[in-house]
Design a binder for this molecule. Structure first.
Ligand code: SF4
Length: 458
C-alpha cells in the first residue's frame, strides 16, 4: 500500500492554509521506542501540513499524546495527562488535542475516552497512523471530534514523511507486531501479528541515512530477530545493513528463542555491530518462564549468553525482568537473583507484574502480596546496582569510542554519549562534537554513568 491518504499533501496544505496562520505542535511519546519512531512520522506529517514544532506544550496549538498500555501505571499516566489538558483547553479553547498509540487499540478504551472527554479532537490507533493527516483535516474542517480505530494487523505503509529527533542516530522500523503471546503481554493484541518490511525498503532507508550523515541506526521491532518469519532472515538483514557503511548498528528488542547461531555469529563478524544486546529474560525460574509462555529455559538462555561472549567477550547485556508473576514463589525469585548474578548484566529494567485484561495470565491466582513483591524488586534492584557498579568500574583506565549525543543536562560545557556497549559517558566537549565519534579516556565511574576526557576526535 502506498500514499498517505485519500487526499494528497497539496490538499492537506490547502486545508491548513484555510486555517490562516502558522500553527505549532507538541508530541508526547510515552512507552517504548516504537512510539518514539511513530512520533517522528507524525511530526513529519504535521510539518508537511505546515505545522512547526513548539518549544513547550503550553505554546502549542495541537498537542498529540502517543499512549502506552504495557503496564497499568503507563495507562494511568496517559489518562492523567489527558485530564491535565482539559484545564489547558479552558485557557486555550482552540487547542486541538489528539490521542493515539497502543492504549487506543485496547477494546473499549477509545469509546470510553470519547464519552468521558469530549474535548479530545482526534482519537486514532496504531494501525491507521498513515491516515492521521486526513483525519486531522476532517477535525479542522468539520470542527467536530473524530475517532477512528482499525482492527486487524495494519498495513505496512512506505514513504511516509518523517521528522527525525536526531540527525546522527536514527530509528529504523524493520518489523511490526508480535506472534509470541507471552502470557503477561498485551502487545500482540494492540500491535497485531508480525509483519516485516522488505529488505529493499529498509536498505533504501539506511543508505539514505548514511548519505545524510547519520552515524548510528537502531533497527526496531517488537520481536526484531523474528524478522522475515524468523530463521536467518534477520542475520542476513544485519549483514546487508552493515554493508551500507553505517558506523554503528543497534537493534531491539530480541526474543531469546529467536537468537539464532547465525545472529550470534554476526557479533563476531560485523565490527560496526554495537557490542550490546538487550535480551529480556523476564524470570530465572523454568516454572515461571513456562507460565509466562516464553518458550525457552534458563539453561538455554545461559547457553546463549555463553555463545555470545564466545564471539564477542566484552559484549554488554541488558535485560527486562518481571517480579511477582502470578504463582511465583520466593524460591522462583531466588532463581532470578542467581541468574542475574551469573549473567552480570550491565543494566536491568525491572517491573512488578502488572495484570492486563485479555492476556493469558490475567486473573490467575496471585497470592503474593504487593508488599512482598516490593521487597523482592528492591532486593533485585540493589543486586543490579552492585553489578552495574562493578561493570562501570571495570571501564576505568580504558579508552572508549563514544558517539557524542547531546549536551549534558547537569554539567554546562559537558556532553553525553554512549559507548558501543551502550554505557553512558559524560565528558567535557564543544557542541560541534555532537554527532561525531570521539575517543574518551575513562577516568571515573558514577552510579550509572562514566566520566572521562576526549583523547582524539574520530
Ligand atoms: S515477545 Fe512477548 S513480551 Fe515481547 S512483545 Fe511479544 S508477546 Fe510481548
Amino acid at each position: 500500500m502506498t500514499g498517505i491518504c485519500r487526499e494528497g499533501p497539496e490538499a492537506r496544505r490547502a486545508c491548513m492554509a484555510r486555517e490562516g496562520r502558522k500553527r505549532l505542535y507538541f508530541i508526547v511519546a510515552m512507552g517504548c521506542q516504537m512510539n518514539v519512531r511513530d512520533s517522528e512520522t507524525l511530526a513529519g506529517m504535521l510539518e508537511e501540513m505546515g505545522f512547526s514544532r513548539a518549544g513547550t506544550r503550553e505554546d502549542a496549538d495541537l498537542i498529540l499524546y502517543l499512549t502506552c498500555c504495557v503496564r497499568e501505571n503507563a495507562e494511568n499516566k496517559a489518562l492523567g495527562n489527558v485530564i491535565w489538558l482539559k484545564e489547558l483547553k479552558k485557557i486555550k479553547p482552540d487547542l486541538v488535542i489528539c490521542v493515539g498509540g497502543c492504549m487506543m487499540q485496547v477494546q473499549g478504551v477509545a469509546e470510553s475516552l470519547i464519552a468521558r472527554y469530549p474535548f479530545i479532537a482526534l482519537i486514532f490507533g496504531t494501525h491507521n497512523l498513515h491516515r492521521f493527516p486526513e483525519l486531522l483535516c476532517r477535525v479542522l474542517e468539520e470542527k467536530r471530534p473524530v475517532a477512528e480505530i482499525l482492527d486487524g494487523d495494519g498495513d505496512i505503509v512506505e514513504g511516509l514523511p518523517v521528522k527525525r529527533g536526531s540527525a546522527h542516530s536514527a530509528f529504523v522500523n524493520v518489523m511490526y507486531g508480535c506472534d509470541n503471546f507471552c502470557s503477561y503481554c498485551i502487545v500482540p493484541y494492540v500491535r497485531g501479528r508480525e509483519r516485516s518490511r522488505s529488505p529493499e525498503e529498509i536498505l533504501r532507508e539506511v543508505r539514505g541515512l548514511v548519505e545524510g550523515g547519520t552515524q548510528e541506526v537502531v533497527l526496531l521491532g517488537q520481536n526484531v530477530n523474528s524478522y522475515g518469519g524468523g530463521g536467518n532472515a534477520f542475520a542476513a538483514l544485519l549483514r546487508s545493513v552493515h554493508e551500507t557503511g553505517i558506523r554503528r548498528i543497534r537493534f531491539m528488542t530480541s526474543h531469546p528463542k529467536d537468537l539464532s547461531a547465525e545472529l550470534i555469529a554476526c557479533y563476531g563478524d560485523l565490527p560496526n555491530l554495537a557490542g550490546h544486546l538487550h535480551l529480556p529474560v523476564q524470570a530465572g525460574s523454568d516454572r515461571v518462564l513456562a507460565a509466562m509462555n516464553r518458550r525457552y529455559t534458563r539453561e538455554h538462555y545461559l547457553k546463549l549468553v555463553e555463545k555470545l561472549r564466545g564471539v564477542r567477550p566484552d559484549v554488554g547485556l541488558t535485560t527486562d525482568i518481571i517480579v511477582g508473576f502470578p504463582g511465583e514463589t520466593r524460591q522462583d525469585f531466588r532463581e532470578t537473583l542467581s541468574l542475574v548474578r551469573e549473567v552480570g548484566y550491565d543494566a536491568a529494567f525491572t517491573f512488578i507484574y502488572s495484570p492486563r485484561a485479555g492476556t493469558g495470565a490475567y486473573g490467575l491466582p496471585d497470592p503474593v502480596s504487593m508488599e512482598e513483591k516490593t521487597e523482592w524488586i528492591e532486593e533485585l534492584i540493589a543486586l543490579q546496582r552492585e553489578i552495574t557498579g562493578r561493570v562501570l568500574k571495570a571501564q576505568i583506565g580504558s579508552c572508549q569510542e563514544v558517539l557524542a549525543d547531546a549536551p549534558s543536562a547537569r554539567d554546562p560545557g559537558w556532553l553525553g554519549g554512549k559507548t558501543g556497549r551502550g554505557l553512558m559517558v559524560n565528558f567535557p566537549g564543544a557542541p560541534d562534537m555532537i554527532g561525531r565519534f570521539v575517543q574518551v579516556d575513562i577516568g571515573s565511574a558514577g552510579r550509572n554513568t562514566l566520566r572521562g576526557k576526549v583523547r582524539e576526535e574520530g
